[in-house]
Design a binder for this molecule. Structure first.
Ligand SMILES: *Cc1c(COP(=O)(O)O)cnc(C)c1O
Length: 386
């Protein structure tokens, strides 16, 4: 039944496969017994292998066992779930926060919970697949605006009638590494809300790649100096820069209580293991105690960008440690990735349908050394196809 479709995928060079590792993922990764310098991970601060994160998680397993047994509403959560929520709210400067099992389940649970029939969702065309799926699950109408195009967004909002309007955007776009114009989006929302007694324009940001990276780790709102508002919900993940697993929503007390009561991916899914919550708490502690690690991430990012652009590669508007390198075709993207692997550098080709324009996606982390980045640049320099 699927074999012909699979053959077609293979013919178009779009068949994917999973590589298996025999090592932790860090600045190095071992695939088929060969070691590569790893430029594919979103563990931007190298915290997945941090001793404090590992030790906290180990202790939590001893205290709470592994599985959580059921949804928190059914079986109760552990005190570590509560502690992580308190800590997350504090970190984000919001009244409250709620943990989700993953970023994917956060977006697919929260969006239908906050947008119902009669509401309209305005979604950036490059938003993450989990946002797209969250929008599909919602009964609200969906309107896609051109990537970061504020003129287009304003025009669409003005001509649309709705009970509530909800603007949804990635803070950092996961495949392009550029940053949403949150200040402008904030201004659009706040000027419309100022004309009313109760706000009806909401902002939902997905800070998966901003958390731990932007705004001294506090995320994209902090980066832009935007204070939390009752009409802003921030979603973020513990799975990327925090080197852990799971996700959160942070916002007003009422918004979070609403999500706890209505987000189906929260209600109908077994809670995260407590050791994952412990790892996230530990990662937040590391960021507070060792903020230098974020500076290291950014200086590595600058070093890589300088080298890559000097070689004449197009980094597609990257502003963050996610650095795409444009390829003309899927075949070229695969060739570049293959060539890098031959030079012990692992950076994956990203193809449709994940993106429209094929590319290599390079992620730089704080765990890389100057020499690692030099190896990346050298390997890119020795490619003939560019
Ligand atoms: C990775 C990602 C998610 C999903 O988070 P997981 O914790 O990996 O499920 C959601 N949104 C964006 C923008 C992402 O990059």
């Amino acid at each position: 039944m699927f074999s012909e479709s699979l053959i077609r995928l293979r013919e178009k060079n779009l068949l994917r496969e999973i590589k298996s590792r025999n090592s932790p993922q860090g600045s190095r990764t071992v695939i088929d017994r060969r070691e590569y310098i790893n430029f594919s991970s979103n563990d931007y601060l190298g915290l997945a292998n941090h001793p404090h994160v590992i030790e906290s998680s180990r202790k939590a397993i001893e205290l709470f066992g592994f599985g959580s047994g059921a949804s928190r509403l059914l079986c109760g959560g552990s005190v570590l779930h509560n502690e992580l929520e308190k800590k997350t709210a504090q970190f984000k400067g919001t009244e409250s926060a709620l943990i989700f099992n993953s970023g994917y389940s956060a977006n697919t649970g929260i969006i239908p919970a906050i947008a119902d029939e009669g509401d309209v969702l305005f979604s950036d065309e490059l938003n993450h697949a989990s946002i797209v799926d969250g929008c599909r699950l919602s009964r609200a109408r969906k309107i896609i605006y051109r990537h970061k195009d504020m003129g287009h967004l304003t025009e669409l909002i003005k001509k649309t009638r709705a009970k509530r309007k909800i603007i949804i955007t990635d803070s950092v776009f996961s495949m392009d590494g550029d940053i949403a114009p949150l200040k402008e989006i904030y201004d659009i929302c706040s000027s419309l809300n100022a004309q009313r007694s109760t706000p009806n324009v909401f902002l939902y940001i997905d800070d998966a790649h901003g958390t731990g990276v932007l705004g001294r780790g506090r995320g994209a709102l902090a980066h832009f100096g935007i204070k939390p508002e009752s009409w802003i919900i921030q979603m973020g993940t513990f799975s990327k820069a925090l080197g852990s697993f799971g996700a959160f929503a942070a916002g007003s007390k009422d918004a979070i209580e609403w999500l706890l009561n209505t987000a189906r991916s929260f209600i109908f899914s077994t809670a995260l293991p407590s050791c994952a919550a412990a790892a996230s708490i530990a990662a937040l502690e590391v960021i507070e105690r060792e903020p230098e690690v974020i500076n290291k991430l950014w200086s590595n990012r600058e070093r890589a960008v300088q080298g890559i652009t000097e070689l004449g590669y197009d980094i597609m508007g990257s502003e963050t440690p996610i650095i795409p390198v444009r390829a003309e075709t899927v075949e070229e993207a695969l060739q570049i990735s293959q060539h890098l692997m031959e030079n012990s550098v692992f950076a994956p080709a990203i193809r449709p349908p994940t993106v429209k324009e094929p590319r290599i996606r390079i992620t730089v982390t704080a765990a890389h050394t100057a020499k690692d980045i030099e190896r990346l640049i050298k390997a890119l320099d020795s490619i003939t196809v560019k």
